[in-house]
Design a protein around this ligand. Structure first.
Ligand SMILES: [Zn+2]
Length: 336
């Protein structure tokens, strides 16, 4: 409601009165009427306020959704591809599952061994030997397993928080002590070896997809949440001889515009690696007809927002574009 007032007051100053007036007359009654615990009176007052508000805004507020122009847009096809782990990934995954911490997590809801009748996590097994709580471990290990599933090399990258970093480093040291070859390789050849698809089942599938797209002359946006993963994918594109561009949070705005222009207009540049976090001003990849999300996050809304903010279309794709595996089309019509 606050945002609505803000937008309307900018567009039509004074239409909804002062912010305090608006809160008292509209947002409070509407919000109270929507509570689970609302009384019949509150519900009625809320509805009335909503009707008055709708009437006041009716001359200024237009609702337009994509369905209006749906028939003018090419079809968009969404595909979820499930990729099996490679043997190496499976071995690492299994090693993670066999750690003491994971055993602690898995048994945490069982009755405690001291016969107190309480669950283990609320009794004698609240933390591991490093003092980390089951709850902390739970999320850390979810993150670790997700990294293993995307690409084993991600385990060696820094985490978001200091506490996580120490924990994940310890987990990794423990896990990788069983794979000395891999550690040596990743030290020796930096990423060159790691871009080898045998370290990631998703990379194997991606390899096939990219080769297929190359034949089709598709234009691909390859999204990743992690810049470390973008490094790996970039190495792969280099090794495979693709002409690509890369855009992430550290790309300067002039450079961004140049990259987007090149991608949209040049026949030779068919892949652009984009960080899911890079969204924002000046990104308008109208040339793309295939979008690949390498590592979806837990929250699908994040991914959609990233794609939407970089692939807005002012008009339908021209029919001269080559047919692709997936045609991902978004438009710039605002949906309120
Ligand atoms: Zn106990």
């Amino acid at each position: 409601m606050k945002e609505l007032w803000c937008v309307m007051d900018w567009a039509v100053p004074g239409l909804l009165g002062s912010r305090i007036h608006f809160k008292k007359q509209f947002s409070d009654p509407v919000e109270h009427g929507q509570r689970h615990t609302a009384t019949k009176r509150e519900l009625a007052t809320g509805r009335k306020a909503m009707q008055r508000l709708a009437k006041m805004m009716s001359g200024w507020f237009l609702r337009r959704t994509k369905t209006l122009i749906k028939d003018q847009l090419p079809k968009k096809e969404d595909r979820m591809v499930y990729c099996s782990l490679t043997d190496f990934q499976k071995a690492v995954y299994q090693t993670v599952l066999e750690t003491k911490d994971v055993t602690l997590i898995l048994q945490s809801s069982e009755p405690c061994s001291c016969s107190s009748g309480r669950k283990r996590r609320n009794c004698c097994y609240k933390t591991n030997s490093h003092g980390e709580t089951v709850k902390t471990l739970y999320f850390s290990y979810l993150a670790v397993l997700q990294k293993v599933a995307n690409h084993v090399a991600l385990l060696q990258s820094a985490s978001t928080s200091k506490q996580q970093e120490t924990l994940i480093k310890r987990i990794c040291d423990q896990v990788f002590s069983k794979f000395p070859d891999f550690v040596q390789k990743s030290k020796d050849a930096s990423f060159e070896t790691l871009s080898d698809p045998k370290y990631s089942g998703k990379m194997k599938v991606l390899q096939q997809l990219l080769n297929h797209c190359r034949k089709n002359k598709d234009k691909i946006l390859l999204f990743s949440f992690s810049t470390k993963l973008l490094d790996v994918l970039q190495q792969y594109c280099m090794a495979a001889g693709f002409d690509y561009r890369r855009l992430d949070g550290s790309t300067k705005s002039e450079e961004r515009i140049k990259i987007v222009k090149e991608f949209n207009s040049t026949q030779d540049v068919n892949i652009c690696l984009v960080s899911t976090m890079a969204g924002g001003v000046g990104l308008n990849f109208v040339g793309a007809n295939v979008v690949v999300l390498f590592d979806p996050t837990w929250n699908p809304a994040n991914d959609l927002q990233a794609i939407d903010s970089t692939t807005r279309r002012k008009q339908p794709i021209p029919s001269s574009l080559p047919p692709g595996l997936e045609r991902a089309v978004w438009n710039s019509f605002a949906t309120f």
